[in-house]
Design a protein around this ligand. Structure first.
Ligand SMILES: NC(=O)c1ccc[n+]([C@@H]2O[C@H](COP(=O)([O-])OP(=O)(O)OC[C@H]3O[C@@H](n4cnc5c(N)ncnc54)[C@H](O)[C@@H]3O)[C@@H](O)[C@H]2O)c1
Length: 275
């Protein structure tokens, strides 16, 4: 799908990958609806984009884990002629050992990373099918095709997003091939996600136990030295233009996934990627 003149909706738009994607979409001529739970940072991003171009930018503050928020986003989009591109990007990760992570933190990650995407798909895909036009993008992660220790809830939700998006792609191909779907599986990307996620969960580093703390440091160091978010944004826009399903901004992850599948096929122990 050509981007110029479309209406694009981005969740988690105040964050690193979301704001970079919004910038790239605006640079290609899309009008924008930007959503995030963090009003202050969202307004900053919208103002920056408004100053960069004369592109129309609307903002909606809300929680992606709530279906009502997605209905509000849909109403905003319908008021502007209907959404063409949806980028479901909001996400959180909270490190911890599977049996130690409190249920409330499991639920938070499932609610944001899984339900936040599913609600977005359920509200926007039917209208796209009616108009025979559109593209939905879900931001999963390398953790959606590989599993690391210390991140079981995040890994589980990101695997769920990959599986769900692949099923959706097959269904759209049968029902309405003019509507595209992509799933994005980046490796480490430079962002404040660790800090932002702890804020969302209302917890601090000091509350993490010793093993979790050491794994958390390793994961955070990877994120802080990660690829620039603009690289992911560019891969997302390319995938929308070319209607490409798999988006791997770190192509080397494809080979790690192949190694995983080979271990699965031959019955060998999975590799511990943080070992
Ligand atoms: N940074 C990485 O290394 C990396 C790697 C792979 C995948 N990802 C994925 O990319 C996406 C964006 O991550 P990022 O690195 O830009 O992080 P980020 O923290 O900069 O951005 C995430 C945004 O989501 C928002 N958000 C969180 N919970 C929300 C909720 N309930 N409702 C609405 N908004 C909410 C936050 O306020 C934040 O602005 C996430 O889905 C993440 O899992 C990130």
């Amino acid at each position: 799908m050509e981007i110029d003149g479309t209406l694009a909706l981005v969740t988690g738009a105040a964050g690193a990958i979301g704001s970079a994607t919004a910038r790239k979409l605006a640079a290609n001529g899309a009008r924008l609806i930007l959503a995030d739970r963090d009003e202050e940072r969202l307004v900053e991003v919208a103002e920056e984009l408004g100053e960069l171009s004369d592109i129309e930018v609307a903002t909606v503050v809300g929680d992606v884990s709530k279906e009502a928020h997605h209905r509000e986003l849909l109403a905003a989009a319908d008021g502007l002629g209907g959404v063409d591109i949806v980028v479901l990007n909001a996400g959180v990760y909270l490190p911890g050992l599977l049996w130690e992570v409190p249920l409330a933190q499991w639920e938070l990650q499932v609610n944001v990373n899984f339900w936040g995407v599913l609600h977005g798909l359920r509200t926007t895909v039917p209208g796209m099918i009616d108009r025979s036009r559109g593209h939905v993008v879900a931001i999963s992660s390398g953790a959606g095709i590989l599993a690391t220790p210390g991140l079981a809830p995040y890994v589980a939700t990101k695997h769920a997003v990959v599986g769900m998006m692949e099923s959706l792609r097959h269904e759209l191909n049968r029902v309405c091939p003019d509507v595209g779907a992509s799933v994005v599986c980046p490796g480490n990307v430079r962002s404040d996600m660790a800090k932002n996620s702890l804020l969302v969960a209302d917890i601090s580093d000091e509350q993490l136990g010793p093993v979790t703390s050491s794994l958390a440091k390793q994961i955070r160091a990877g994120v802080e030295s990660g690829t620039e978010p603009a690289v992911v944004a560019e891969a997302i826009v390319d995938a929308i233009v070319a209607n490409k399903f798999w988006v791997l901004p770190h192509p080397e992850l494809g080979w790690v996934a192949v190694d995983r599948m080979e271990r699965l096929r031959s019955g060998n122990e999975p590799a511990d990627l943080l070992g």
